[in-house]
Design a binder for this molecule. Structure first.
Ligand SMILES: *[C@@H]1O[C@H](CO)[C@@H](O)[C@H](O)[C@H]1NC(C)=O
Ligand SMILES: *[C@@H]1O[C@H](CO)[C@@H](O)[C@H](O)[C@H]1NC(C)=O
Ligand SMILES: *[C@@H]1O[C@H](CO)[C@@H](O)[C@H](O)[C@H]1NC(C)=O
Ligand SMILES: *[C@@H]1O[C@H](CO)[C@@H](O)[C@H](O)[C@H]1NC(C)=O
Ligand SMILES: *[C@@H]1O[C@H](CO)[C@@H](O)[C@H](O)[C@H]1NC(C)=O
Ligand SMILES: *[C@@H]1O[C@H](CO)[C@@H](O)[C@H](O)[C@H]1NC(C)=O
Ligand SMILES: *[C@@H]1O[C@H](CO)[C@@H](O)[C@H](O)[C@H]1NC(C)=O
Ligand SMILES: *[C@@H]1O[C@H](CO)[C@@H](O)[C@H](O)[C@H]1NC(C)=O
Length: 536
């Protein structure tokens, strides 16, 4: 749009553009225009005047319709209208017999009727050259008309339309497409520069066109999934591609056997990825193509791989009956149910591979809790897949008191801490009691106790279950090694002490008797002396 508008008719007469041709004899005709340049279709006032003083006739020669507006004695004012193109005007005057004339050129200007930027390609590859074309229809004078290409507000290129240019005129420029150009608005603008004519620059802008650029690597997307898919399982399939622009506009989808999988697409930076969770359907059993298709702009990239979809169920292992009495027969049977070609059954006699194997056995107590293992094998795409099942046999048998579980001879030192280990086997598990053979005194089993001399003896252990009872004698010997040894030492020590004490007493008594004797002797001596002496 124009920044300024054409001003209405100037009241002021502009300087003469006319070339004034002086007539002979000094009688000059002159021409004055109120505008040197004017918009197409406008009207113009022209004043033809002469310096002739008498016998003057004035006229204006023009192709445009004219009206005489006013006249003076040596001038005439005309108005021209509907002026369509640049042209020459000529005033002529006859002064007596002398003819003279003056001419002027009128220049018309017009705004382009159409300024249009050619449509841009829907998508432009980054790194390639984009040509922008601007079509300018009309506009005059063309020598003063130029075209400016714009990206947003930024001027990219300016070019003159050219004097003798065709109408419409196409002006082009090129741009190297980059990621930064994505979303940019391009337009072109005409500039009609009428400043030399005292007017201004008139602008007309085309409608903006938005550019979309893209970048796509030559590589195909990366597909990530298991090669073998089992019917009925849920599997994850993943696909991604890096180096895309604009990643947010890329479409990524996954197809399995021609069906589009519902996937979750995400983009991060210049990476796009899609993840799908597949509930592998039975209809797709066999080999199926898995495809990942990436679409960006008008391009696409694909990756494909072949998946093997199989159904495979575990073998069925049966024990009939699952619970038997000792000595009865049990049939162990394993068979495949779909898919697998062969089964292997633990404990079965060797034989050729077959989809069903069975054998019978005499259940013994040792078979209680024995597990049978059966595995089925399926070959898919050169890979062997195995599935297995196990079953446990239960055998009902009477109580057992083996030497292994309940040793019959125990020898313990007196005073030590001991545990009598005795366990009965059997299914159902038997109840065990041990008691002294002689007096039925109970002997606890499986607990820690202090061994006393009285514990030694013969015990009877009895295991009882609904399937019968068994008994076993257990002899317990208590070793009394340190007893007599200690007694001897005590005896000797006691004797030594008694001896020593006796000796001590004897020695003391003897010493006392000697002293008493000496005292008596001394008394007797003094008595004797007193008796001998004369009384005073
Ligand atoms: C061109 O611009 C002028 C003013 O500068 C305006 O009057 C005219 O209508 C415009 N032309 C078109 C085709 O938009
Ligand atoms: C036409 O030009 C003459 C001579 O310059 C002048 O005297 C006259 O006033 C002009 N007429 C008008 C209407 O301007
Ligand atoms: C434009 O064309 C005219 C004749 O058609 C010629 O005289 C003139 O030199 C040309 N001008 C240019 C700038 O080419
Ligand atoms: C281009 O124009 C559109 C529509 O007018 C606008 O939404 C978008 O933001 C513009 N782009 C730029 C880069 O200014
Ligand atoms: C199974 O036990 C029964 C008797 O208990 C015996 O007759 C039979 O021969 C045994 N079978 C096998 C295969 O050992
Ligand atoms: C048997 O199958 C189970 C799963 O069903 C598996 O965990 C186990 O490892 C398999 N055992 C063998 C020996 O293959
Ligand atoms: C236990 O010991 C006695 C004699 O020491 C022996 O006769 C008996 O055979 C032993 N019993 C076992 C079950 O070892
Ligand atoms: C142990 O079994 C015998 C028969 O073998 C039976 O006579 C006795 O009553 C049983 N004792 C117990 C305590 O069940």
């Amino acid at each position: 749009m124009a920044r300024t508008r054409a001003r209405p008719t100037l009241p002021l007469l502009l300087a003469l553009v006319a070339a004034v041709i002086p007539g002979p004899g000094g009688a000059q005709v002159s021409i004055q225009l109120n505008e040197a340049i004017l918009p197409r279709g406008a009207s113009l006032r022209v004043n033809c005047s002469s310096s002739c003083s008498e016998g003057l006739s004035l006229g204006l020669e023009t192709q445009w319709s004219k009206v005489e507006l006013e006249r003076g004695h040596n001038w005439k004012l005309f108005e021209l209208s509907d002026i369509e193109e640049d042209s020459n005007l000529m005033c002529f005057g006859n002064c007596g017999t002398v003819q003279s004339s003056a001419s002027a050129t009128i220049i018309l200007y017009s705004f382009p009727e159409r300024v249009e930027l050619d449509p841009l390609p829907a998508w432009q590859q980054v790194g390639e050259i984009l040509t922008l074309r601007c079509l300018v229809d009309g506009g005059a004078p063309r020598s003063q008309l130029s075209v400016v290409f714009l990206q947003g507000e930024e001027e990219l290129h300016q070019e003159k339309v050219g004097v003798n240019s065709t109408n419409p005129k196409e002006i082009t420029t090129t741009v190297l497409a980059s990621r930064d150009n994505h979303g940019a608005n391009f337009s072109c603008r005409t500039e009609l520069d009428l400043r030399p004519q005292g007017l201004e620059v008139f602008l007309n802008v085309s409608e903006a066109r938005q550019l979309r650029t893209f970048d796509l690597p030559g590589t195909s997307p990366k597909l990530n999934s298991p090669d073998l898919l089992e019917v009925g399982t849920r599997q994850k399939v993943f696909c991604y591609l890096e180096g895309l622009f604009p990643a947010s506009e890329a479409q990524l989808h996954l197809e399995l056997g021609g069906h589009i999988l519902t996937s979750n697409s995400t983009n991060h930076g210049d990476l796009v990825s899609a993840t799908a969770e597949v509930d592998v359907p039975a209809e797709l059993e066999g080999t199926q193509p898995l495809r990942c298709v990436l679409e960006l702009a008008d391009q696409n990239r694909q990756a494909e791989k072949t998946l093997h979809i199989y159904s495979f169920s575990a073998p069925v292992l049966t024990l009939s009956p699952p619970e038997v009495s000792e000595g009865s027969q049990v049939t162990v049977k394993c068979e495949t149910h779909g898919g697998a070609q062969e089964v292997r059954l633990s404990g079965a006699p060797p034989g050729p591979p077959s989809p069903q194997v069975s054998f019978t056995l005499n259940a013994s107590a040792d078979d209680h809790k024995r597990t049978f293992f059966c595995s089925a094998a399926l070959k898919v795409a050169g890979q062997q897949l195995l599935k297995n099942q196990t079953q446990e046999l239960r055998v009902l048998y009477g109580p057992r008191l083996d030497e292994r579980d309940c040793p019959g001879n125990w020898t313990w030192p007196e005073g030590s801490q001991q545990t009598l280990k005795c366990k009965a086997r059997g299914n159902p598990s038997p109840k065990l009691t041990c008691s002294r053979k002689a007096n039925d005194a109970p002997l606890p089993t499986g607990v820690v106790m202090t061994v006393t001399r009285e514990m030694s003896g013969i015990y009877v252990c009895q295991a009882t279950s609904s399937r019968g009872n068994v008994t076993k004698e257990v002899s317990l010997t208590v070793r009394v090694i340190s007893g007599p040894h200690i007694n001897w030492v005590i005896l000797v020590i006691t004797l030594l002490i008694v001896l020593f004490v006796g000796l001590a007493i004897y020695l003391y008594n003897r010493q006392r008797k000697i002293r008493i004797y000496k005292l008596q002797r001394a008394q007797e001596e003094t008595m004797k002396l007193k008796a001998q002496a004369p009384p005073p």
